[in-house]
Design a protein. Structure first.
Length: 450
């Protein structure tokens, strides 16, 4: 049993984990940078330890400082949350070597699924449908150009070690290839320290569908249904919902079974996400696996009634899942809007500053995951997300109505936010009808500027 948990993160996910630990009777240790000394997660945890300066590289990405904090505080487990070190196999391996329980999959699995080429080859061997592309890493432009010709344009160039939309470019012709390849490679090298790329056919106008899975140490794997994450800007999700309007029950069952099969093929343990692209003809392709909790996990919790963070901790403690696939029942509809400190009318410019007044909505079917408060100083150093506003209702139509009402009640003064922007999307006729794909936001932004 875990006695003391160090949360190697900040913001709302750190607060979320601390609250679950409290429910489970687990003591908590928060870590923070100099800039986050007064942050909510430091106030809610049983202990708080400064691990470095403002820069992420000197604090939240500083493995040695975090491990040292765990050892010094006597923490016997670490939860990485999402972002920062959550998909770093070296960090997970350090935890394993120091006999600290890592709340997530084994380091070898993180490494295998974090490398897009290895993940793709693992899925091919398991008979999982993948997007046509190359099966080996590419480091030089000429080889890449030859592969692109074989795969067929348009093609997507991706960082083999990438994630979060970094190191990605689309080339529609051979004339565009060199510029796109070098730009993506440079970005990959800066972000991940790896210039290895891979190339796949670019599926035009797909939906981004992901399945939440849970897997214990005893080979039991279940999926918790899907999330539709098609509304994205620069490959970053804006609004997520569950379930997806694009899937019939038959397709949901089929893709869910494939997601479970993919997790088994990876030797997966703990919570994870299998991501697919779904084309306009109903064909789906494995895209990648996220070996961590997702930002958008609350919509899945809403429609299944399962606390995914709590299940993560139970699995890390060596407990068996206490439910089977037949026990998972999807009810109702949930939508999540990410509230960010940014100005959509000025190129989504980040807007740090002090929150002078704050009010979040409540009531039945309304949930807010956040770490901000009145007087909170939003710094320019980290992600601009302030809160996740989640609603749940019996139907998608009712969920949209509830989100419209909830967004209209949010008050955040002192800084610019994207609340009005989210409200516009929720009221868009194509969103309401479910007529959208991953290109929706680009078109929506063009229409706003026109």
């Amino acid at each position: 049993m875990i006695q003391k948990m160090l949360i190697a993160n900040r913001g709302e996910i750190a607060v979320r984990i601390i609250r679950v630990c409290r429910e489970m009777g687990i003591e908590t240790v928060a870590v923070y940078s100099v800039a986050d000394k007064e942050a909510l997660h430091t106030q809610l945890a049983d202990e708080a330890i400064c691990i470095g300066e403002t820069k992420s590289s000197e604090s939240y990405l500083n493995m040695e400082s975090i491990i040292s904090a765990a050892i010094t505080s006597g923490a016997d487990a670490i939860h990485p949350g999402f972002g920062f070190l959550s998909e770093n196999p070296t960090f997970a391996r350090l935890c394993e070597k120091c006999n600290i329980t890592y709340v997530g999959p084994h380091s070898d699995v993180i490494e295998k699924m974090g490398n897009k080429v290895q993940a793709r080859n693992t899925m091919i061997q398991a008979g999982i449908p993948v997007i046509p592309g190359n099966n080996d890493g590419i480091t030089d432009c000429e080889t890449g150009k030859s592969v692109a010709e074989e795969v067929g344009y348009p093609i997507m160039i991706k960082a083999a070690s990438g994630g979060g939309g970094k190191g990605m470019r689309v080339a529609y012709s051979s004339e565009e290839f060199e510029h796109c390849f070098l730009a993506a490679q440079t970005e990959s090298e800066k972000a991940f320290g790896d210039n290895t790329m891979y190339i796949e056919h670019f599926v035009e106008h797909p939906r981004h569908i992901e399945f939440q899975i849970l897997a214990d140490k005893y080979g039991n794997v279940v999926h918790l249904g899907e999330r539709d994450c098609s509304l994205q800007r620069n490959h970053q999700k804006i609004i997520e919902e569950a379930p997806s309007e694009a899937l019939s029950k038959e397709l949901r069952d089929e893709m869910g079974q494939v997601a479970v099969k993919a997790a088994v093929a990876a030797g997966y343990e703990n919570a994870g996400t299998i991501e697919f692209l779904l084309d306009k003809n109903g064909k789906y392709y494995f895209m990648e696996m996220n070996t961590r909790i997702q930002v958008e996990h609350p919509v899945t919790e809403s429609i299944t009634g399962i606390d995914i963070v709590k299940e993560q901790i139970k699995i890390a403690e060596g407990k068996k899942l206490n439910f089977e696939q037949k026990d998972i029942e999807i009810k109702g509809h949930s939508i999540e809007c990410r509230i960010n400190a940014e100005n959509p009318d000025k190129g989504f410019r980040p807007c740090p500053g002090k929150i002078t007044d704050l009010h979040f909505p409540g009531g039945k079917g309304v949930r807010v995951d956040s770490a901000v408060f009145s007087g909170y100083e939003v710094t320019p150093y980290y992600d601009s997300m302030l809160a996740k506003l989640i609603v749940y209702a019996d139907s998608r139509e009712e969920a949209i109505d509830k989100m419209r009402s909830a967004l209209g009640e949010v008050v955040i003064e002192g800084i610019d936010t994207n609340i009005d922007y989210q409200y516009e999307i929720i009221n868009n006729s194509d969103f309401i009808s479910g007529n959208f794909d991953v290109d929706f936001i680009d078109q929506f932004n063009q229409d706003r500027r026109a």
